[in-house]
Design a protein around this ligand. Sequence first.
Ligand code: BTN
Length: 271
Amino acid sequence: MPMTVPSAPAPDLAALAAALGSFAMAFDIRWVEECASTNSALLEAPPENDGRVYVLVATRQSAGRGRRGRQWLAWPGASLTFSALWRFAPDALAPAGLSLAVGLAVARALEKLGTPAVTLKWPNDVLVHGRKVAGILVEVSPERGALMAVIGIGLNLRLPADAVIPGQEGDGVTDLARELAEPPSREALLAAILSELHPILTIYASTGFALLRKAWQQRNAFADLPVRVSGGGVDVTGLCLGVDEEGVLLVHSSEGTHRVYAGDVSLRPAP
Ligand code: BTN
């Protein structure tokens, strides 16, 4: 039986440019109907550098990718899925804490749109009322002696009622339609995120994560709570102390403070 694929209206690029205001000239935005993965597309064929930040938005991804080799599922019109290409100066240090900086930009954009209770879950999930609303996949790649970062963002706008997201079943996921009386359009949401992302990336490019750390800590979903971090070769439990100036997660246990570079964090039930 043929599957019914939901469709989404064509993007309103004029509304996007208007919402971006003076930031419009900082970006070169392409919006395609479908691609496998916006991250993969930019990694495989990075566009020429004309000084602007290249952004690829896809209404539909056929092979969206999440962190740690997971799938990222999205539905046309129900999600905003895009990637931005950020090029580092040739002498820049290896980026640390970049995905945290991006999470902060998404959080600030959602807050400006009136979203309540936005928090950040290390390393790069954006939560609303404790449920995941957006995920971030940052992939760094060498390019002509320098580094480029492909910053992929997937945000749930209006999930279908029967949406099943592998690894996030149950009450762990939310969308903006659930959290806001009047959820923004895809265009307004994209403009809000890019308008926060550009200044944050500019700060990050000149000083690294250190100057953004305090703002991240203020939104840490698990601040001072008992957590377990597993995967990525670690299995640590303890109190979540937040992150250091490079975005490394600090977890305090009876053995001391652990510095965690990779893994999945979950709240640990009280003993
Ligand atoms: C995660 O939470 O695991 C990260 C999800 C990142 C999904 C976005 S959607 C746009 C971009 N293209 C991809 O294939 N992945 C990222």
